[in-house]
Design a protein around this ligand. Structure first.
Ligand code: COI
Length: 368
């Protein structure tokens, strides 16, 4: 057995916050948190060096970082991250949704960015350790959860363009409600003009900061046109739909089949995307993963053969898409409201996540 495969939560040495939020402060902060703007009292960390590998595992009070201004992450963007959630069930236990999938994806992203991968057991141990210390921050109201944000950054002070020889893993946690400020309401989508998210052989499949940095200008373009999210087309032909700024996309057809762009190396393989496909297939639906051109999608919306569309991701869960907008068209999907299948998927998925339905796929992992 690999010696690193024995890492458990006890190996994260805890330094308690000297002045954690009081119960009253926490209740105020958790009442209606804006996504990603409220952080718990602690952070999990580990440090990697070529000699020691991953070491110095610790839970520290949440605080600003001390970072050398020459740190590689600040200059060449050596960074990868993940997003997953911890849910409090009615019986008081706290569960994670498919954390092994996030661990595997972060390892793959790390390899693409020439960062050391954090082994799965270390990833899971850091989550157990942090959620245990910050257990009071796991919401128990409605469809709120504790969003977990693991990240790995290059911290070596060097302006040389080569993999960092000092690397930091951090895990932050944020109590969250809905990702979109309007709550679970249908969103409008703008088709990016003159921008692409990823090209063949690039970093599109990796969850790395640069992809999101590059999405902000097109996202602004979307907002300037009154839309909530941007939709990217493929870089080679500017023709096929790929994904939104931070979530995958699906279309539901009148014949009952569900279509989503196939994974080609330029889109992020969402854990929610994979789960939606499993839920649909296990309920007897046909799911088609293939190239979908914008023209085909638009024609389907126009002639009624596409009856619903939705976005999905850890943060967005499942969010109905009401409108698709580009300079030469502005079309409403279905009747503009959440479609029946979209609503069923959202309910079915969240019922498993919150323990209201049987976990038929063995997706949930208890942490507390
Ligand atoms: C997530 O859904 O967890 C994401 O990472 C998307 C976005 C918030 C960056």
């Amino acid at each position: 057995m690999d010696e690193r495969s024995t890492v458990n939560a006890e190996q994260y040495a805890v330094t308690p916050h000297p002045s954690p939020a009081s119960a009253e402060q926490r209740a105020t902060l958790m009442a209606a948190p804006i996504f990603g703007e409220v952080f718990t009292d602690h952070v999990a960390r580990a440090t990697w060096t070529p000699d020691a590998g991953w070491a110095d595992r610790r839970i520290e009070p949440f605080a600003d970082l001390t970072l050398h201004p020459g740190a590689t992450v600040l200059h060449y963007g050596q960074q990868v991250f993940e997003g997953l959630k911890a849910y409090r069930w009615a019986d008081g236990t706290v569960r994670l949704f498919r954390p092994e999938a996030n661990a595997a994806r972060m390892a793959a992203s790390a390899t693409r960015l020439s960062l050391p991968a954090l082994p799965e057991d270390d990833f899971l141990a850091s989550i157990s350790a942090l959620v245990s210390v910050d257990r009071d921050w796991v919401p128990s109201e409605g469809e709120a959860s504790l969003y977990l944000r693991p990240l790995i950054i290059g911290t070596e002070a060097s302006l040389a363009v080569r993999p960092s020889r000092r690397v930091e893993y951090m895990l932050l946690a944020c109590p969250v409600g809905s990702y979109f400020s309007g709550g679970v309401k249908p969103v409008s989508i703008w088709v990016a003009q003159g921008f692409h998210r990823a090209g063949a052989g690039g970093t599109g499949q990796a969850k790395t900061a640069g992809n999101y940095a590059a999405s902000m200008q097109p996202q602004q373009q979307a907002q300037d046109h009154g839309c909530d999210q941007v939709l990217f087309l493929d870089a080679r032909e500017d023709r096929y739909i790929e994904e939104l700024g931070g979530m995958n996309v699906f279309a539901v057809r009148r014949d009952g089949s569900v279509w989503t762009p196939r994974v080609t190396g330029t889109i992020l393989e969402g854990v929610t995307r994979a789960s939606v496909i499993e839920l649909l297939r296990s309920s007897g639906r046909e799911v088609v993963e293939r190239d979908i051109s914008l023209a085909e999608l638009r024609a389907g919306i126009d002639d009624g053969s596409v009856v619903e569309a939705f976005a999905c991701g850890t943060a967005a869960v499942i969010t109905p898409i009401a409108r698709l907008v580009a300079p030469d068209f502005d079309v409403i999907v279905g009747d503009g409201g959440p479609g029946a299948l979209t609503a069923w998927l959202r309910e079915t998925l969240t019922d498993v996540q919150y323990g209201r339905a049987e976990d038929r796929f063995g997706w949930m992992r208890q942490v507390l």
